[in-house]
Design a protein around this ligand. Structure first.
Ligand code: URA
Length: 253
């Protein structure tokens, strides 16, 4: 049994606080009846509707996939292109899992999929600053000036990136390319590619090695595994750490 507002938030429809507002506003029904008290507890047998739309209350599942190149980070595609969820479906996963954030069509590596909308929203919220580590193969030999720019933060026009952690992994003079490992906590569209474009070293290959503390070791491209309970708990702790710290400060002073 769980509190109604928590069940709504977990379904991904909205945040817990907004779910409380919706309940108070009489927009939530349980088993066909409007509920406007916040304390009500429900089970997954109860039919919960928000704005007359049934919400999903299926068991929460969490996966990490080693996303291969040549597929879209999506649940489905209207042009019928291969999507990352196809890899799970073809192995019998029936829950409606969605990727947490997005990797480009040609980007490979760590991608979490879940039907837990609450965790997905927390992980993707910029305030929670979840680190993502990328291994970049780029054109040219990156020098200390380029690395310093990435470290300092780069003005991409509409957005200035936060300081990044950057390490030059190797240079390949024969092929005129470099390998750089970069850690960022933001997730703007094409962010890594734009950052390297801005220092005149376009990305040739991009792999996400790690999402938070989760990597894809032992998984071939297209392979996936379920996250362990302690990994899910740790993701929740990471993704709510700042929020808790802020609330604590507000309460104390
Ligand atoms: N940054 C990019 O440019 N592409 C990705 O797929 C992920 C991060």
């Amino acid at each position: 049994m769980e509190r109604l507002q928590k069940v709504i938030a977990k379904s991904g429809v909205t945040s817990r606080r907004k779910a409380e507002d919706l309940i108070k506003a009489g927009k939530v029904k349980v088993n066909g009846k409007v509920v406007n008290e916040l304390g009500l507890k429900v089970t997954d047998k109860d039919l919960v509707e928000v704005n007359n739309m049934k919400i999903e209350t299926e068991e929460k599942v969490y996966y990490i996939i080693n996303k291969p190149a040549g597929c879209i980070s999506a649940f489905s595609d209207d042009k019928d292109r291969r999507v990352v969820v196809d890899y799970l479906r073809s192995r019998g996963v029936q829950e409606r899992v969605y990727p947490v954030g997005r990797l480009d069509y040609d980007t490979t590596g760590a991608l979490i999929l879940t039907n837990d909308g609450e965790l997905a929203n927390l992980l993707m919220h910029p305030r929670n600053e979840i680190n993502k580590i990328y291994l970049v193969r780029c054109v040219g030999i990156v020098n200390s000036v380029g690395l310093a720019k990435l470290r300092k933060g780069i003005d991409l026009g509409s957005f200035k990136t936060a300081p990044a952690k950057v390490e030059l992994v190797s240079v390949d003079k024969a092929n005129n390319s470099s390998q750089v490992r970069i850690t960022i906590h933001e997730g703007k569209y094409h962010q890594v590619k734009l950052m390297f474009e801005a220092i005149s070293h376009p990305v040739k290959k991009l792999r996400r090695e790690m999402y938070a503390f989760i990597n894809v070791s032992g998984l071939k491209p297209g392979e996936f595994r379920r996250l362990k309970i302690h990994e899910v708990k740790q993701l929740y702790v990471l993704a709510t750490y700042k929020e808790k710290k802020t609330n604590y400060r507000i309460r104390r002073y």
